[in-house]
Design a protein around this ligand. Sequence first.
Ligand SMILES: [Zn+2]
Length: 276
Amino acid sequence: MSLLSSHLRRAAASVSAVAAAAAAITMQQYAEFESMVAGSALAEQHLPLSAEAQKTNVVRIPGFLSAREVHEIHELYAELKPRLGSAGRTTSNQAAAYRQGKWETAYLSTDGLFAKCMPELRARLIETAARVDADHWQLLPRAVAPVVPRCVEYHTVEAGGSLPFLTHYDAGSLVTIDVMLSDSRDFEGGEFRTLECDGTMRRYPFEKGDALVFVSHKFHCVTPVTAGRRHVLVMELWEGEERECAHRCERHTGPCSHTVRASFWRRALSDLASDL
Ligand SMILES: [Zn+2]
């Protein structure tokens, strides 16, 4: 036995039960952290480099959903709302924040509810993203883990809400599909745009029922909504596990403790703190 290992043994034998418990928790946290980093690294390796993603085009599918299907999504959201995790986007926060904002994101994928309530639409969204990818980018065949929905979101943007950061992208995902759920007469502003390699901003027709499919790492933004309300359905696909937690998860595999209750309290406390 080396001097070092005998020293470690003596040290280990002398720790109190409390310290051992604390050490066990620390080890567990460290193991969780390691698995999260390993999971991220695994998935990120196969993502397109930012420069590569910027060269890709957004693909528009006019009339992807019928008016009836759009109506059903609004109804589903109204019914599920109390059971969903949510986040807000404030003018100063690029990432979805715990605070309330003019841009509200509800996670329809919470507890697998979207998959349970709309299995056909879920399958169609995945199939469409895969077909567009096969025709244009061939990213999904490069994946080393199954490509599945990371999150399904229902966005509500009111006057003053925007995604103003020109270099915003959906970090950690492969392909994103957005579906417009509002009639263009129901809101003003709120244009989806992409920053192109030549520095210009590209605009897209995006009518009710249309889908826009794009490489998640392509820069995209939304100009301020100036009147009315804009609703969009978003599915992000990534390498890993299909998540059922109440947020846009960062953990590719394993359990996640972000429940609806946690989502509620984090938002409530964050709003309270911002009022102080
Ligand atoms: Zn999670």
